[in-house]
Ligand binder design. Structure first.
Ligand code: FE2
Length: 386
């Protein structure tokens, strides 16, 4: 494990949290000097009415905008290219993303291409973005990805059938307008998947080799909030008493993982999701328990703290018993919100595993996993979820 007192930095955008935050998009764009805005979103968010709320706020301050809506679940290189072309052609100078991780990551990548004039593939990895991107405002509509506060952008590379992790302070948005009302139009399955993504962010950040006392604080609070509220949020999507703490959990998890980075669950989920175009949160939820069981020995105290924060009593148990109890709790949570434990039915085959492991090993998130994984370890973890 890392040294608790190692030199660390903590980066975060300006954050507005609460009902009505979405209506401030226009004013914030104006404050950032916008002349014309590129609004990046997807058709589902438009249908739910949240794009209209943002365009209304732009109209109120008389700011012209163009909408780029062609973003898919795992945003792809071609979508980034098309968005950057529209940004240039329309003469935009500010970007607003409205949606889940997909539109927000796509907006970040569009910003990178717009300010560098080069293909997005050139920026894969850590700290490879040279210049600032255009001012970026994010309005998240899921409680999971936390792309609105993170220094991550994940883009699917359809040529290599994997996902690229772009990690840079340059893609931390200028402003996050976080409005819990936006969660009320999600389906129970979307809430389940994105909530498990938030929980995975918090757990991986807490055990990351790059964690710090500041990220620990946010990670722990996120874990507590998800454990207490995710089942209720899935059962009652319209109930703000569950959606508010879930939105806060996502924010706290985002602040933690953006600065502490992630681990093997995300490295393996990026590889899996990029290969078969699967929902990111679902991949994480399925991979989480196997990785926790594998990682446990590297930092049992930290995993025990996670277990206790989720409400478990570990008294009288040896290390093996404590590890099993945490894994059982995570499995029960996943099952209770309707996510299965395997990916075989999603089309993953045994013959896919060597290439999945190869890409997972190369993912930027693998570097901060608390224990070094060998290729065979990763293959076995994939085999266990077939
Ligand atoms: Fe994630």
């Amino acid at each position: 494990m890392s040294n608790e007192w190692a030199l660390r930095k903590f980066v975060a955008p300006e954050i507005l949290f609460g009902e009505g935050a979405i209506d401030l998009a226009g004013q914030y764009a104006k404050n950032l000097g916008a002349r014309r805005v590129l609004l990046v979103t997807d058709p589902g968010v438009g249908k739910a009415g949240w794009v209209f709320r943002v365009t209304e706020s732009l109209d109120r301050v008389e700011l012209p905008y163009v909408i780029f809506e062609a973003v898919t679940e795992n945003p792809k290189v071609a979508e980034v290219r098309a968005g950057a072309r529209l940004y240039d052609a329309a003469g935009c100078n500010v970007v607003i993303a409205v949606g889940g991780g997909s539109p927000m990551d796509c907006a970040k990548a569009i910003g990178i291409v717009a300010s560098h004039g080069r293909d997005i593939e050139e920026f894969e990895g850590v700290d490879r973005v040279e210049y600032p991107i255009p001012p970026l405002i994010c309005v998240p509509t899921t409680a999971g990805s936390s792309a609105d506060v993170s220094q991550f952008a994940i883009i699917a590379d359809t040529r290599r059938l994997t996902k690229m992790a772009i990690v840079s302070k340059a893609v931390v948005p200028d402003v996050a307008l976080i409005d819990p009302q936006t969660l009320t139009t999600l389906s129970p399955f979307q809430i389940a998947c994105t909530g498990m993504d938030a929980l995975t962010h918090a757990i991986e950040a807490y055990v990351s080799t790059a964690h710090s006392p500041i990220t620990d604080l946010h990670a722990m609070e996120a874990i507590r909030l998800v454990a207490a509220n995710l089942p209720g949020a899935v059962a009652q999507p319209l109930e703000l008493a569950f959606q508010r703490p879930m939105m806060l959990a996502s924010l706290e998890a985002g602040l933690a993982f953006s600065n502490a980075i992630l681990g093997a669950v995300h490295a393996m989920a990026h590889s899996l999701g990029g290969y078969l175009d699967l929902p990111h949160g679902e991949c994480n939820a399925i991979l989480l328990t196997g990785v926790v069981a594998f990682n446990y020995v590297s930092c049992p105290d930290r995993y025990d703290k996670i277990a206790e924060t989720m409400g478990l009593s570990l008294q009288g148990l040896d290390a093996d018993g404590r590890s099993r109890l945490l894994v059982k709790k995570l499995s029960e949570l996943r099952e209770s919100i309707g996510i299965s434990s395997t990916v075989g039915r999603l089309g993953v085959k045994k013959s896919d595993i060597p290439r999945l492991a190869e890409f997972a090993m190369m993912d930027a998130c693998m570097a901060t996993n608390p224990i070094m994984m060998q290729r065979r370890d990763i293959e076995e973890l994939y085999e266990a979820i077939l």
